[in-house]
Design a protein around this ligand. Structure first.
Ligand code: GLN
Length: 558
């Protein structure tokens, strides 16, 4: 009988500091192994007691990334998908809350047969089952443990992965530990002591690392790596330097260069092939050769954390790199825009309004959409950005000054964006979260649209995360006034993309295209946007559409 394929496991932990790039490291290891021909899966195990990332504040935690199957996840999943070009599932995003919940449910169902329920073995076993389940069918499964070693709230994960080695045999498991090497300005030297201490903490919990990733911002010497290897009792090939890089996409090539893929293959007894040539190098080449900077405004409310719109940023960067240009993303606070006016938008080659929730700053976003439309400046609206574009069009072209979204004014009689009647019946307070449209939905494109040209096909699938929708009662008024409903759900019931064909590039989607953009395969809508930003058409910026506007009075009553 043929032996069942054995999945190999790599667990990634971190120490010394948080925020040293564990997610990028895990994703990069995935990238180089995938490039050796293996099927790779990546999973994040987060110590937070939340059930998922859906309710986390993006200002604090960064973007909520959405998978095809509708999971609201940590932004690290975005890195994983971008680096290994795979659509992950909810099994790749696990938070402690989910594990506790599963154990509590088992307890209530009487599954523990009268035993006391304990962190060890019940919680730890549950974690192992979740890891094994996610790994099914893959050659290599990488699991990143959130937080830093020594965090009390992550000990159940550490214990679970320690025991894991017994469960699947030692040649099938590797542990990678990321540490940071600080630089002391006064004595002008790199220090390895905190890294050694962190490895000791890991050893104290029973895990001997097979790989130590040494993050450093200042140049280090061989001797530093040697010191770490000696104190951790590992060979020198196990200590991988991770210098600061301007572009995170450089990390896989750096890891390949120091021989990490070969080392992993040897340790895990995997038959290694030579790295394949793939689109990644071309993309890196384009990025390296990029000349000139194009300024794109990102008009948003959350500005506390750059990571809030991580996938949007990455999608923009790769779309511009594909044309050998750099993009400078100018963060524009929509509330400041309300106060200071559209002069904040001058000098921009394009405007993006990304997703968002709530009323705050929306008037500023509407001002930005109006400015882009009137001045023929490329506009890309992403989810809320589409809703804003629809409201702006209603106010200024259809001359419905009170047009708004039910989200901004639930009592308004002029909701051009609203909760659909059939959604409303599920919308009691207790079940608010369940009313969200989440994950991949099909969409059919109108063949006359820009979107169709850009995608090169008429059936697409894109990811959603929103509650409100285009109000179908007004379709006719919008289309008569020059808006194209460029993408609809296959039953034609939901408006998924709007365009203004008379405009140079005015495209906005109810979905989030940024979640499916990959560095080496930029998303078609982002590519189209970048191309439009580059086609510098400064003459004839005012467009005729404006003339349709009969400002001042409401033309259609509701
Ligand atoms: N707040 C809007 C809605 O719920 C848009 C959401 C988003 O941009 N992701 O419909």
């Amino acid at each position: 009988m043929l032996k069942k394929k054995q999945t190999k496991f790599i667990f990634v932990t971190g120490g010394v500091l948080s925020g040293i790039g564990k997610g990028i490291f895990a994703a990069s290891v995935g990238n180089i192994l995938k490039n050796r021909g293996f099927s790779v899966n990546i999973q994040k195990l987060d110590p937070y007691l939340n059930i998922d990332a859906g309710t986390l504040n993006p200002g604090e935690h960064g973007e909520v990334f959405v998978t095809d199957d509708g999971a609201e996840t940590d932004l690290d999943l975005g890195h994983y998908e971008r680096f290994i070009n795979t659509n992950l599932t909810r099994k790749s995003s696990i938070m402690s809350g989910q594990i506790f919940q599963a154990v509590f449910e088992d307890e209530r169902k009487g599954k523990y047969l009268g035993k006391t329920v304990q962190v060890i073995p019940h919680l730890t076993q549950k974690i192992q089952e979740i890891v094994l389940d996610a790994a099914k069918g893959f050659d290599i499964h990488i699991a990143e443990i959130g937080g830093t070693i020594g965090d009390l709230e992550a000990v159940h994960f550490i214990e679970a992965i320690r025991q894991f080695k017994r469960r699947v045999e030692s040649e099938n498991v590797m542990y990678a530990h990321l540490v940071y090497l600080p630089y002391l300005d006064a004595s002008k030297e790199i220090k390895t002591k905190p890294a050694q201490g962190s490895v000791r903490d890991l050893l104290g919990l029973g895990i001997h690392p097979d790989i130590i990733g040494a993050r450093h911002d200042k140049p280090i010497e061989k001797n530093h790596l040697r010191k770490i290897a000696l104190s951790a009792d590992v060979g020198q090939e196990a200590v991988v330097p991770l210098p600061y890089v301007k572009k995170v996409y450089d990390v896989p090539a750096n890891l390949e260069k120091v021989g990490l893929a070969d080392y992993i293959c040897k340790k895990l007894e995997l038959k290694s092939t030579k790295p394949k040539k793939n689109g990644w190098e071309k993309f890196m080449e384009n990025a390296a050769e990029a000349k000139g900077v194009i300024k794109v405004g990102l008009v948003a409310k959350y500005l506390a954390n750059e990571d809030t719109y991580k996938s949007v940023n990455e999608a923009l960067k790769s779309a511009f790199w594909a044309q050998k240009k750099n993009v400078k993303i100018v963060w524009i606070d929509s509330e400041e825009l309300e106060r200071k006016g559209v002069k904040l938008l001058k000098d921009l080659e394009g405007i993006v309004i990304p997703g968002g929730f709530g009323n705050r700053g929306t008037e500023g976003k509407i001002m930005a959409a109006e400015y882009a439309r009137e001045n023929n400046i490329p506009y890309l609206g992403l989810c809320l950005g589409m809703q804003i574009a629809v409201i702006e069009f209603a106010r200024n072209i259809l001359a419905w000054p009170s047009a708004t979204s039910g989200e901004f004014d639930p009592n308004s009689k002029k909701q051009v964006i609203h909760i659909m009647p059939e959604q409303r019946k599920n919308m009691d307070e207790a079940n608010y979260g369940a009313t969200m449209r989440l994950g991949a939905y099909p969409c059919v494109l109108d063949k006359v649209s820009k979107s169709y040209k850009l995608y090169g096909k008429d059936k697409i699938s894109e990811r959603h995360r929103h509650r409100y929708e285009f109000n179908n009662d007004h379709r006719e008024e919008f289309t008569n006034a020059g808006m194209l409903l460029a993408g609809l759900s296959p039953d034609h019931h939901l408006v998924e993309i709007i365009e203004i064909p008379a405009h140079k590039f005015f495209v906005a989607s109810q979905f989030h295209p940024e979640f499916k953009s990959r560095p080496d395969i930029p998303h078609p809508l982002f590519l189209g946007f970048a191309e439009a930003c580059l086609g510098k058409d400064t003459k004839n910026r005012k467009i005729d559409l404006l003339k349709i506007a009969a400002k001042g009075k409401e033309r259609v009553g509701v």
